[in-house]
Design a protein around this ligand. Structure first.
Ligand code: SF4
Ligand code: SF4
Length: 72
């Protein structure tokens, strides 16, 4: 079985939320916390549901999401 995992560079995230809309599994949510630039950043809240489809990484205008596929 293949599972996905994502890493978000939260310091470079602008909180635009495009990735939260793009994810078919609602893995990503915008945090109530802010990064060093004052943006509410994206975070993986249900990473166990990630299927590694990379939709989030494709739509992110700043390319701050990395997607990994993990073999279980
Ligand atoms: S890789 Fe796919 S399932 Fe995983 S967080 Fe990104 S959009 Fe969602
Ligand atoms: S699409 Fe990119 S910049 Fe926008 S909230 Fe998601 S990770 Fe942050």
């Amino acid at each position: 079985m293949i599972k996905g995992a994502i890493v978000i560079d939260t310091e470079r995230c602008k909180g635009c939320a495009v990735c939260t809309e793009a994810c078919p599994k609602q893995v990503i949510s915008i945090s109530k916390k802010v990064n060093g630039k004052g943006y509410n950043y994206a975070e993986a809240v249900k990473e166990e549901d990630c299927i590694g489809c990379a939709s989030c990484a494709v739509v992110c205008p700043d390319g701050v999401i990395s997607v990994y596929k993990v073999k279980l």
